[in-house]
Design a protein around this ligand. Structure first.
Ligand code: NAP
Length: 253
């Protein structure tokens, strides 16, 4: 089966392409570098010719509120129109747990706009909402005016990207659910504690200050904002195992 992975060169996309190929499918890694651009429309018609499924794991180059909204609105609109013309039978997208609960975040508003365009497109679809990737934890800390890192103490439930890729591959090869499913990590942590641990493990000694008003992509968080619901699929890799494996891999280099 031909599957086009939009954002197929990114963190999730490159691993998903490898997984789908290993299962015997023709997976095309589409991105501006390979001549496929969902914003300008360049290369889309050719890339989608003969495709049964399109998976969108692209991301905006800018996370600024207006820019990220424009990216996901323009990209998704161009993509679903091209899919309708090409006769694509299943649109799969990766979104974020909490997109509908954190309206003060410009990034999460943009992901919700992406989901809405997909739901209204008329193309059979499946949306996977994931919690934050382990690989993303060190990027959560934001410096305050005094240079110290301020992080919320709200609960979150991070997950290894490879666990997300496995769930996305299952979704891609399954029937469209025409709805939203969730995946989260196997454990929940106060965000400030885990950010501190991950920074220390990478030798980053900056002070992490707990601040209940610290903003996460523009929004204050509470203990429900970013935590997956009771029916979510759970990843298997625990943070301690991941940190241990990451430090052994760094030591071997
Ligand atoms: N980070 C998290 O914790 C988290 C959690 C849940 C969900 N997500 C979602 O997961 C998705 C994938 O994230 P990621 O970290 O894997 O992204 P990433 O590594 O930043 O990769 C982004 C991909 O999008 C491509 N891209 C950018 N502009 C494009 C365009 N105009 N047309 C086509 N492709 C374009 C990039 O191609 P080039 O390399 O050629 O620029 C790259 O392949 C995102 O939608 C994000 O919202 C993230």
């Amino acid at each position: 089966m031909k599957i086009v992975v939009i954002g197929g060169t990114g963190l999730i996309g490159s691993r998903l392409v490898n997984t789908l190929r290993a299962k015997g499918h023709e997976a095309l890694a589409a991105s501006p570098d390979s001549g496929v651009n969902t914003i300008t429309g360049e290369g889309l018609t050719d890339a989608l010719a003969g495709a049964s499924v399109v998976v969108d794991v692209s991301n905006s180059p800018s996370f600024e509120d207006a820019a990220v909204l424009k990216f996901f609105e323009t990209s998704t609109a161009n993509l679903v129109s091209a899919e309708a013309r090409a006769g694509v039978r299943h649109h799969v997208a990766l979104s974020i747990v909490g997109t509908d609960r954190v309206p003060d975040s410009g990034y999460l508003r943009a992901k919700l706009a992406q989901e809405t365009l997909i739901r209204k497109s008329g193309i059979p679809y499946s949306i996977l909402r994931s919690t934050q990737f382990f690989e993303f934890i060190s990027r959560i800390a934001q410096s305050g005016p005094d240079g110290r890192l301020r992080v919320s103490g709200a609960l979150f439930q991070p997950i290894l990207s490879a666990d997300v890729v496995a769930a996305l591959a299952d979704m891609t090869l399954g029937v469209p659910v025409n709805g939203i499913m969730e995946i989260g990590g196997p454990e929940q942590f106060p965000m400030n504690e885990l950010v501190r641990r991950v920074l220390r493990a990478s030798g980053d000694a900056r002070e992490v200050v707990t601040d209940e008003h610290a903003r996460y992509f523009g929004a204050e968080l509470d203990d429900r904002s970013l935590v997956a619901g009771p029916s979510a699929r759970l990843g298997t890799k625990r943070v301690d195992e991941w940190l241990e494996e990451s430090s052994s891999a760094a030591g071997a280099r």
